[in-house]
Design a protein around this ligand. Structure first.
Ligand code: GLN
Length: 305
């Protein structure tokens, strides 16, 4: 298995020349675009790694599935989907356009920025500090890594330059979709996006979802299998932004990407996969990571379809 992973990493590293690292959050621009790494964890507790799998990166949009798990557990399905829809948009992840043209005004799904910001506003806690700490404790538990924390430089960089997210959030407040203090909600969102992880951390979360919300090592059930299923379904329909349809056809694995270069994938009842490659394609997905998981899916016949 590791020789297969090594071969596929080196093959797909070539693709990294065709993409670019994200720079709209200035601190993300520091990443080395040539890096590509993978960690695969299977339900038999085997771990396989290759390439730059040890590199740390910020989780970015992958955090949207974390906040959604908490918001669903805190509020129940009905309340959550009253505020945020379940349909893919076909628009880029940071698009604003449908907020005004779709009635009633609610973000189409929790995987676009607008939807994720609403989801962050639905995490329970007495203040934004407590809300974010609940999220941090939760991700520490499901990743099995107690030392996960925020990359402060990325957080401040994002907070300073996040005007597009700020614009959406204030608009949604004016429509009554977001309640409470907008800056506090954004603070949770910016912090959750800036949590620093590595491939193994996100592979563990993929494995946890593959196990229907149960920790592989302790057999502890953390979220209901039903919520785990909702999350994996969103990963299929919206997890790779406006490239999710193509990804479903070419790869066929529930996955969520982030502009930090991460891809978290979950092969039901089989494995969790964590990939890092900060060179991104035009849609904002890791270009080498996409190639790598596509090849892996073909070689190991991992498509769920
Ligand atoms: N923090 C990023 C943003 O809000 C997350 C986007 C992403 O990873 N696609 O723009």
């Amino acid at each position: 298995m590791e020789s297969l992973l090594n071969r596929l990493v080196e093959k797909n590293r070539e693709l990294t020349h065709k993409g670019n690292v994200a720079t709209y959050i200035p601190m993300l621009g520091r990443a080395n675009p040539r890096e590509l790494g993978i960690c695969v964890l299977d339900i038999g507790d085997n771990k396989y790694v290759a390439g730059d799998y040890k590199q740390k990166f910020t989780i970015q949009s992958i955090s949207k599935i974390i906040s959604l798990m908490i918001a669903l557990s805190d509020n129940g399905e009905e309340k959550v989907f009253n505020k945020v829809g379940m349909e893919p948009t076909g628009d880029p992840f940071n698009s604003i356009i449908k907020l005004e043209t779709v009635y009633p005004s609610k973000p189409l799904n929790p995987m676009i920025n607008a939807g994720a910001i609403v989801i962050s506003s639905m995490i329970k806690g007495k203040d934004s500090n407590e809300k974010f700490h609940r999220l941090l404790e939760f991700i520490r538990e499901i990743s099995g890594n107690n030392s996960l924390n925020v990359d402060n430089e990325v957080y401040l960089s994002e907070k300073k330059t996040g005007d597009r997210n700020r614009a959406m959030a204030y608009f949604m407040k004016s429509q009554g979709v977001i309640e409470g203090d907008v800056e506090e909600v954004l603070d949770i969102y910016f912090k959750q996006c800036s949590i620093k992880v590595d491939c193994e951390d996100i592979a563990n979360i993929g494995l946890f979802l593959a196990n229907e919300g149960m920790l592989n090592k302790s057999n502890k059930q953390i979220i209901s299998p039903h919520i785990a299923r909702i999350i994996k379904t969103f990963m299929v329909t919206c997890g790779m932004y406006d490239e999710s349809g193509e990804f479903a056809i070419k790869v066929g694995i529930p996955a969520k990407s982030g502009v930090g270069g991460g891809i978290l994938a979950s092969v039901p009842y089989r494995m969790g996969i964590g990939i890092y490659g900060p060179s991104l394609n035009k849609k904002g997905n890791s270009i080498g990571g996409y190639g790598l998981i596509k090849d892996l899916s073909t070689e190991l016949d991992l498509s769920i379809f």
